[in-house]
Design a protein around this ligand. Structure first.
Ligand SMILES: O=C[C@H](O)COP(=O)(O)O
Ligand SMILES: CC(=O)C(=O)O
Length: 210
């Protein structure tokens, strides 16, 4: 992220929340699985309210805003209490909003040129997206190698399965890995909280080897 680094758990569940009332049970299900973090994407109108509800009622969870594509969404995310944010790409205006308010932000990158550009904007933690179709851990290892001496950190996301976690975490600079399989849109709308807890615990175990 571009500002003070957040302490991130090894896996970041990426969530699409249709109904803000589902946000707190979702966060509590993840916490119960040992994964006190959720990325609430701005892909639904409920995102800001969902973030606000989690901050108020499940304060043990780290709440990130995801799919922040515009400066308006960046401001909404910050005002709702997001403790960090993520985008699929790098929009300099969005980067500036988060930097001016000292909220950690991970812009998305897919190429060495994009990494250089993000570094030039002052970002030190980057989302590698969409990691799977870009070539997975081997691609991230190769693309990130020339920047290793700069201490750039990565959160690969997109097309990740639990079975990939160990390989991604073995890539230098990887601090967390994101994915939607732990709490799918359907899991959330169907209130499958026990399934989410189980998948969160399994992901932590796969990522940490414990
Ligand atoms: O960052 C957001 C992505 O949609 C997560 O990708 P995924 O659904 O392939 O896990
Ligand atoms: C895909 C992605 O990076 C996001 O939704 O934030």
């Amino acid at each position: 992220m571009s500002d003070a680094p957040l302490k991130l758990p090894p896996v970041i569940p990426v969530a699409v929340v249709e109904n803000a009332a589902d946000a707190v049970p979702l966060a509590k299900a993840l916490i119960a699985g040992g994964l006190p973090v959720v990325e609430v994407t701005f892909r639904t109108p409920a995102a800001a309210d969902a973030i606000r509800a989690i901050r108020a009622e499940a304060p043990d969870a780290l709440v990130l805003a995801g799919t922040v594509l515009t400066t308006d969404q960046a401001v909404q995310a910050i005002e709702a209490g997001a403790q960090g944010a993520v985008s699929p790409g790098t929009n300099p205006e969005v980067v500036t909003v988060f930097q001016e308010r000292s909220v950690p932000f991970m812009p998305g990158v897919a190429t060495p040129t994009e990494i250089e550009r993000a570094i030039g904007l002052g970002c030190k933690r980057l989302k590698f997206f969409p990691a799977g179709v870009l070539g997975g851990p081997a691609a991230l290892k190769g693309i990130s190698a020339p920047f290793a001496h700069l201490g750039i950190e990565y959160c690969p996301t997109g097309g990740v399965a639990e079975s990939d976690l160990a390989a991604y975490h073995a890539v230098p600079g990887v601090v967390a890995v994101g994915g939607s399989w732990i709490a799918t849109r359907d899991d959330i709308t169907s209130h499958r909280w026990d399934d989410i807890t189980r998948k969160a615990a399994s992901a932590v175990s796969a990522a940490t080897g414990r």
